[in-house]
Design a protein around this ligand. Structure first.
Ligand code: ZN
Length: 233
């Protein structure tokens, strides 16, 4: 059983009508709805408003894969909690930052670069698989067309990814490394660009398929049970 925790900041769905129309119960509930259909996954949601911001040792200690959606208030996540997420990833927990979570504290700590990019609302995206034998691409044989998505463009200031699985090509002629993997410590990370809050991206069956594949891929094979230190041989 893969224990999945979906962390959502859950601010814009409550602040803005156009976001609430798309995700009336919050983005996390949409992600939970399709992930929990999988018999090999046990899914729960936490939000910024939860005790310890939903990032306590108790929660993370029972999480195999953490999905993260945030945008409005990245800075509200405490340093202590961001460091805790980083530590769990280094010890083997899978981590899937979605869309604007490119700028969340834990991924910046884990990857070490600015994570800056270029953006523009309302472009059409063609999401193209450039790594068809990768487990995250399982079942994704044709390009996925998103009629409206927020364009993210290069240069995307990430360290060199271990693998690029998807490229985004946008109607304003920009391109983006939209699906990238990184190994950090014992943990597997998949950054996935689609998912702007004003468009119904997470209802798209193929987008759901990619995220589902990513959860299975990111699930730990082995976990380190204590923080790393030198050991006498
Ligand atoms: Zn966005």
């Amino acid at each position: 059983m893969i224990r999945v925790t979906i962390w959502n900041e859950f601010i814009e769905e409550r602040l803005f009508d156009d976001v609430q129309k798309v995700y009336p119960d919050g983005i996390h509930k949409c992600l939970e709805a399709f992930l929990s259909l999988n018999k090999d996954m046990q899914v729960r949601c936490v939000t910024l408003d939860d005790p310890e911001q939903g990032l306590s040792d108790e929660i993370l200690g029972q999480t195999d894969v953490l999905l993260w959606w945030g945008h409005h208030d990245h800075d509200a996540v405490t340093e202590e909690n961001a460091e805790r997420v980083k530590r769990y990833v280094l010890n083997g927990m899978g981590f899937i930052p979605l869309h604007s979570a490119h700028y969340c504290k834990p991924i910046k700590k884990l990857l070490g670069t600015s994570m800056c990019l270029r953006w523009k609302h309302g472009e059409r995206e063609k999401l193209i698989c450039v790594n068809p034998s990768h487990p995250i691409a399982d079942g994704i044989t044709e390009p996925i067309v998103l009629e409206q998505e927020e364009m993210y463009g290069e240069y995307f200031d990430i360290p060199k990814p271990d693998e690029i699985v998807f490229l985004g090509w946008f109607s304003n002629e920009e391109v983006f490394r939209s699906g990238c993997t990184f190994l950090r410590g014992w943990g597997k990370i998949f950054y996935f660009q689609p998912g702007h809050e004003e468009y119904p991206i997470y209802y798209h069956p193929q987008i759901q398929r990619i995220i589902t594949n990513a959860v299975r891929w990111a699930a730990p094979v082995n976990r380190r049970t204590s923080d790393y230190d030198n050991e006498e041989a």
